[in-house]
Design a protein around this ligand. Sequence first.
Ligand code: PBG
Length: 331
Amino acid sequence: MRRVSFPATRMRRLRRTEALRGLVRETELSARQLVQPLFVVSGEGVREPVSSMPGIERFSISELVSEASELLAVGIRSVMIFGIPSSKDETASGAYDGEGIVQLGVRALKDAHPELTVITDVCLCGYTSHGHCGYIRDPELEGASVDNDLTLELLAKTAISHAEAGADAVAPSDMMDGRVGMIRHQLDEEGHPDVPIIAYSAKYASAFYGPFREAAESTPGFGDRRGYQMDPANAREALREVRLDVEEGADMVMVKPALPYLDVIRRVREETELPICAYQVSGEYSMIQAAAANGWLDARAAALESLTSIRRAGADLIVTYFAKQAAGWLS
Ligand code: PBG
């Protein structure tokens, strides 16, 4: 039989054993880089499965604290907290209430586990009666839209209340213009110059947030979020968003969702030296879980492959609902 003799064609030489593959592997995935999102609700002893996200639960505060112990035990040292308030109103007052659900959750987590890094999502959509990410002057009027500048005030109040509760970092996910600068300024003024901002810089108006909106009860009552979230067709615009957030003082930038936007992660990687966070969103998680439940693919292999790809594209850290499971798989 004729042999291929060009040295450059022998790509398989370095793939022959796991030890060789390990030596030349370009991308590392470890629990250290993963952030587990957690949903917190009021009540006692609550652990409510989220039907659209198999394996994910909503926790009341004491359960949240015990879940955090389990996360730390498997090597997940960072969490991102989302609150489900018991009531909502037009000014999203639950978002910046010092005794609000996120604030209580953060305090309890930091009291019990000072070594846990607690990141909070700063947005109003879970707290407004209409479910939009900002303040709307006359939600009943046709064509009503979010008032950018009034929303900034409420977001800054929210971020400060999270910092006061002990949050290690705040992550504004609302996509209002100027929010990073506003939050940075107010955090500094209020004595929190050391709290970093993880800016959701390139957050797309995505269908993949569907399962999350059920978990967080944050589906908009009318319209959609295309007036403030990005058009999936645009990548250069993401670079502009990143540049602005960096100028305004972001400490990290985020791309969200992750897998459908790997090219955006790569381009942002080339644009900035700041750490890049990617958010593997609820729909990305639930797609894999649903296919696995049907026996159509292997959840472990598909999840680890997706996470590795997100790292390969250029993400330093990943917010993922697989964090806890992945930590187990990786150990
Ligand atoms: C709040 C927020 C959303 C997500 C994170 N923060 C929902 C949205 O913008 O509709 C989505 C997360 C996910 O789907 O996992 N604005």
